[in-house]
Design a protein around this ligand. Structure first.
Ligand SMILES: Cc1ncc(COP(=O)(O)O)c(C=O)c1O
Length: 414
């Protein structure tokens, strides 16, 4: 077995991917990016770029508050801290996601509880969440994986019945829409990522948005002011533990420039992903990720499709590798998206009964492995995606991508 390497990110993670289709890097930059960065530098760091970005993003989303962070991992970590639940409290969270969704929960000693995904999709649903609600459940954290929204109305109804907070990880669905409403405004708060690979690829930024004044103030207090209050005659008094998760002004400058072009890009992605899905859907044995009717704008960060193993002589892994070889950069299976399986430290801690899995504060026994979410596990076994799908696709690229999928499918047909 090959030696494990440290995980790569950003451009470095993609630089070896070559093929016949566009890749996100070099990113398309908003025309004002350089001008805004120059303002930051020329002002000697005395510009209000950070505040300008926050106000512009909040306005674009029609919400009261945007709190800019250096990424979504810190955004969700700050939110987890700001909610102020007790160690051992359970947070129901989408299992197919990025680790950044989970880290904040772990940092606060909450217990992540992973419902299964709804059959044929990458997302959780009210039906998969409901059986997992206990007296220790405090919140539901929904990830709109690939940019397809979770079916939020039934999830919000269910949460209301049990007095639970619903919040969103909208990293992969920036300016996507659910029934005409923006993803990120469908719960109590939402976290976003503007890391360099993301749809609004900026640098390593992120933010939280919310309508809740108290929550916004707590996020600023804990996430930016490190839990410190200014005491007259003394100075900073740390009344709570906190972070210095402030978005750098230069990142805010790039985010502001990207915000000026993102809505057109998302509209374009929506058109391209629907076309690509239609073309790929015509190939026997290959099923693109279904786009539900409630997904009124599909802000697609990646393209995904399932293959029917009964129709092909090769495995999904080989199918993905052949797609990459034939010209679709980065095409592969992605089992590592399944958090209960990927977070081996969670498995270890739960098995050893280490805090917060000791009793108390844990309410019951927990386990994390490939059996935690069998539907999601099985789905990922035959699901191939390419996260290099980007705003540069044209109709010709969609046709080319579909023709490559068809060629590989025909080559391996039983
Ligand atoms: C769904 C999801 N959540 C969280 C993150 C973490 O975001 P960041 O890299 O900005 O910390 C990502 C990034 O890939 C993501 O896709």
């Amino acid at each position: 077995m090959a030696e494990d390497r440290r995980a790569a990110w950003g451009y470095q993670a993609h630089q070896d991917e070559v093929g016949k289709l566009p890749t996100p890097f070099p990113r398309t930059m908003g025309p004002n990016a350089l001008k805004y960065v120059q303002e930051v530098v020329e002002s000697g760091l005395a510009s209000d770029m950070f505040g300008r970005f926050e106000r512009a993003f909040a306005e674009a989303y029609g919400v009261k508050h945007c709190i800019a962070t250096p990424g979504c991992t810190p955004a969700l970590a700050t939110l987890a801290a700001a909610f102020d639940f007790e160690p051992g409290d359970e947070i129901i969270v989408s299992p197919i996601t990025d680790y950044g969704t989970v880290q904040g929960l772990v940092a606060e000693d909450y217990i992540p509880v992973f419902p299964d995904t709804a059959p044929g999709t990458v997302n959780i649903s009210a039906a998969t969440i409901e059986p997992l609600i206990t007296d220790r459940t405090r919140a539901i954290l929904c990830v709109h994986k690939t940019g397809i929204p979770c079916d939020m109305d039934p999830i919000n109804d269910l949460a209301a019945q049990h007095g639970l907070i619903v919040y969103e990880d909208a990293c992969q669905a920036v300016f996507g829409e659910y029934k005409g409403r923006l993803c990120g405004t469908l719960g109590h708060a939402a976290g976003f990522s503007f890391d360099s690979e993301k749809t609004m690829g900026s640098d390593v930024g992120g933010c939280v948005i919310t309508e809740d004044d108290d929550l916004a103030e707590r996020i600023r207090f804990i996430g930016q002011s490190r839990g410190a209050r200014q005491r007259e005659g003394f100075g900073r008094l740390h009344t709570e533990p906190g972070y210095a998760y402030r978005m750098p002004h230069c990142t805010a400058a790039i985010c502001l420039a990207q915000l000026e072009i993102i809505q057109d890009q998302v509209a374009h992605r929506d058109r391209m992903v629907r076309l690509l899905s239609e073309l790929v859907g015509q190939i026997d044995g290959v099923t693109p990720l279904p786009i539900p009717d409630f997904c009124t704008v599909y802000s697609a960060w990646m393209f995904g499709m399932s293959i029917d193993p009964a129709q092909f002589t090769c495995s999904a892994d080989e199918f993905g590798a052949q797609l990459a070889e034939a010209g679709i950069p980065g095409a592969s299976t992605a089992r590592y998206y399944l958090m209960p399986e990927a977070c081996t430290f969670l498995q270890r801690r739960a098995q050893e009964g280490r805090y917060p899995y000791s009793m108390p504060p844990a309410a019951r026994e927990y386990s994390y492995d490939e059996r935690t979410c069998p539907t999601a596990h099985e789905f990922l076994d035959t699901w191939i995606r390419w996260s290099t799908f980007c705003e540069k696709y044209t109709e010709e690229h969609c046709e080319l991508a579909a023709s490559i999928v068809r060629e590989v499918a025909d080559r391996n047909r039983r």
